[in-house]
Design a protein around this ligand. Structure first.
Ligand SMILES: [Fe+2]
Length: 606
């Protein structure tokens, strides 16, 4: 399979070891890269050892004509109110999107001429792609499949039944009624970037009280007992205007939208808590009634709302489903995987092979890797100074650096597919350190953040540290830190505000514990990532703690690193003190200081 920011797909048998998935932004180093994913396509072909003419099909993850139909009908229904946004959108649609087939063929022909692409190009529907990405790689023979996002062509929520190599969509909610767009409206209103700041709203919610949840239900969302819903469009502007919310929305919630540079107040935190509570209630009602109706014991989730790991954790805790599996690339990048799998299983009627390790995503380690020789060659060429250690020496020195309170860049094996770093392109730290959260934020990520970092924990030790006892290999489930590991806060500390509150140690692993004692847990499995598992095991042997901080290997505004050179550059531009690339061990003090770059000049700070 194959993926890019604008994903196309290559068919891959689930059990096959070859092939891969990667996002174009990792190669071009431009976040949310929107150009044709030529590097990602090239990588996927190489990783599969195939030439373009050996492919059965290339698949695009949505149907542009249906999307245009929505745009047009939306305008006609609301005319003349939406004229301005329609006028702005139309030229792009006419020029590019409507002729996506021609455009894709032209782009593919430009790199791989005479490929006969036109005859092999397929299109899947957006939510069909999400549903396929949720079900086909899952470990289940049968499952209920739920997809939720902003909007695809028309659909915003779909319910499907997956069985064997088939998926049958049984229900849909259509635009403009959208849980994703509701959440994005509050993301916009609280001053964050739509389509990427949703994660921040979720992280902000534990600081607030859901004081506005009732107002949302009274005025904005008509939620039915079965979890289906309709939005009251009098409060939103996304159909007709260029913003998400309107004056009426501002009036209801007591003021204009927060500007990105404006200070966060308790009101913003309460708004975040409120929309989070509404989202959770909707998802819980929907999944609860679907469980009762279908009797399904397995649930698969994809679509951008599937990245809301707090809601996912609550679905799991209701016990309505025995098993829950969420596609790690739940957003639109994962649509490429789904589109390829839908074409293979549904269009070409090929059987599914159950994966041996966890699930078909294999830990999401589907991106490029570099051989030891290549790592040495690339690092040497980049001017890096390093020591090559044996595996056991490497673990010894890495653990020593972590225990010493250092930030460690950890680059191993294949790059992850999806938004999270899962131990192959990660920056690691000691979760027990009360200063690690602020150190990583200020010296490595160059931001201040009200969100704690995520913990990586050995799968076998999860229950000892968190109130969770399931696989969570993709950091998509939130669970609470075990009661006995918590530290009670004083009344005085309770009164602190924002980040000050986060800086009060509230457990034995403060760097990964949120103000409500929750944590976005990644379970680490010896089967899918033996090297990372061995590292955390060595850390546990030394400290008694099987939990470490795992944050993505990048700084604010940049995509996660892909190559050893990317890693070296990020290492030299930050206060990361140790870099491990395969068996090469780099100490900051041994490097040529001329390579130091001040990234702080390049990026705006939060
Ligand atoms: Fe989507």
């Amino acid at each position: 399979m194959l993926a890019g920011s604008h994903p196309t797909g290559r068919l891959l048998e689930s059990g096959e070891q070859r092939g891969g998935a990667a996002q174009e932004e990792r190669f071009t180093r431009k976040k949310h890269e929107s150009r044709f994913p030529v590097h990602a396509v090239r990588y996927c072909l190489e990783s599969a050892g195939l030439k373009p003419n050996e492919l059965d099909a290339a698949v695009f993850y949505e149907k542009p004509f249906l999307k245009f139909e929505r745009l047009l009908e939306n305008y006609l229904a609301l005319a003349p109110r939406g004229l301005r946004s329609f006028r702005l959108a139309l030229p792009l649609w006419i020029r590019e999107k409507l002729f996506q087939r021609d455009l894709l063929c032209r782009e593919l022909e430009a790199v791989w001429p005479d490929g006969g692409w036109a005859s092999r190009l397929l299109f899947a529907e957006h939510h069909q792609s999400h549903a396929a990405s949720a079900f086909f790689p899952s470990p289940f023979e049968e499952a209920l499949v739920l997809t939720m996002d902003g909007v695809g062509e028309w659909t915003t929520t779909s319910v499907a039944l997956g069985s064997g190599n088939q998926i049958e969509i049984i229900r849909e909610i259509r635009y403009p009624h959208s849980l994703g767009l509701l959440y994005s409206a509050f993301t916009y209103y609280t001053g964050f970037k739509v389509n990427s700041g949703e994660y921040k709203v979720m992280g902000l919610a534990p600081y607030g009280q859901p004081r506005y949840a009732q107002a949302i239900f009274d005025h904005l969302v008509d939620l039915k007992p079965d979890g289906s819903f309709r939005l009251n469009l009098e409060y939103f502007d996304y159909c007709t205007g260029l913003t998400m919310t309107n004056a009426r929305f501002s009036e209801l919630f007591g003021g204009p939208p927060r500007k990105p540079e404006e200070r966060l107040t308790q009101r913003h935190m309460d708004l975040a808590a409120s929309v989070q509570a509404v989202l959770e209630e909707t998802v819980l009602r929907m999944t609860g009634s679907l469980a009762a109706e279908t009797g399904a014991r397995n649930l698969c989730i994809a679509g951008g709302v599937g990245l809301n790991c707090v809601a996912n954790g609550k679905v799991l805790r209701t016990g309505r489903f025995e098993n829950l599996w969420i596609q790690p690339a739940a957003g639109d990048a994962g649509g490429a995987v789904g589109a390829a799998l839908a074409a293979y299983h549904i269009h070409k009627s090929q059987p599914r092979h159950r994966a041996g390790l966890l699930d078909g995503m294999k830990g999401a380690y589907l991106g490029p890797s570099f051989s030891p020789d290549e790592v040495e060659r690339r690092l040497t060429k980049a001017g890096a100074k390093f020591t090559i250690y044996s595996d056991s020496e490497l673990l010894y020195h890495t653990v020593a650096a972590l225990v010493d309170g250092k930030a460690v860049g950890w680059f191993q094996g294949r790059m992850e597919f999806g938004p999270r770093a899962l131990g192959n392109r990660s920056i690691l730290g000691d979760a027990r350190s009360p200063t690690m959260q602020s150190l990583l934020n200020l010296k490595v990520k160059f931001r201040e953040s009200f969100r704690p970092f995520a913990p990586s924990v050995l799968r076998e030790d999860i229950q000892d540290w968190f109130e969770l006892d399931v696989d969570s290999p993709y950091m998509l489930l939130v669970g609470d830190v075990q009661e006995r590991r918590r530290i009670a806060t004083t009344a005085e500390q309770q009164k602190l505000f924002g980040i000050e509150k986060l800086n009060v140690p509230r457990s034995e692993i403060p760097a990964v514990t949120h103000v409500d004692y929750s944590a976005r847990v990644q379970t680490v499995h010896a089967g899918t990532n033996p090297r990372y598992h061995a590292l955390i095991s060595a850390f546990k042997a030394k400290t008694g703690c099987p939990v470490i901080v795992n944050t993505s290997f990048n700084i604010r505004g940049e995509p996660i690193v892909c190559t050893p050179e990317d890693a070296f550059r990020c290492f030299m531009g930050t206060e990361v003190e140790v870099l491990v690339v395969e068996n090469c061990f780099l100490r900051k003090e041994e490097q040529d200081q001329a390579f130091r770059r001040d990234y702080r000049q390049d990026f705006d700070l939060d």
